[in-house]
Every structure is written in C-alpha cells, then in structure tokens.
Design a protein around this ligand. Structure first.
Ligand code: FES
Length: 66
C-alpha cells in the first residue's frame, strides 16, 4: 500500500525506515530520499511513528511489511 503517492513510498518502506532509526517525519523522508510534495502523507507518517514509539516503549518492534 502506498503511504506517499507523490514519491511512490510504501508502508513497508516507511516501517523499515522507522525500524532503522528514523524518529521524525523529516528523518523518514531523508532515509527514503522522498521530498515533502503535497503533505497529504504527514498524518500517516506521524501515525506510524507514534505506533513505533508505543511498541518500543513496551520493548517491541513494529512488523516490517514487504
Ligand atoms: S503524498 Fe506524500 S508528499 Fe504527497
């Protein structure tokens, strides 16, 4: 599933970037070499980051979707 249509970025790529250490939407975009174009994906990226923080606070990692 595409999370960022402007850059053809998938959910799996976002989750991988977060699992590799991205802590902000800016860092996710940096890791994926994806510029902020329309910004429609901002809320979705923040939701994935928030989910990862909750999982990490419980000692878990989010699943990587291929
Ligand atoms: S959908 Fe991500 S910048 Fe447009």
């Amino acid at each position: 599933m595409y999370v960022c249509v402007c850059n053809a970025v998938t959910e799996g790529q976002v989750r991988q970037a977060i699992n590799e250490g991205a802590l902000t939407t800016y860092q996710v975009r940096q890791k994926l070499d994806a510029e902020r174009v329309c910004g429609s994906c901002d809320d979705c990226l923040e939701d994935y980051l928030a989910e990862a923080f909750v999982f990490a606070s419980h000692g878990l990692r989010t699943a990587t979707v291929k």
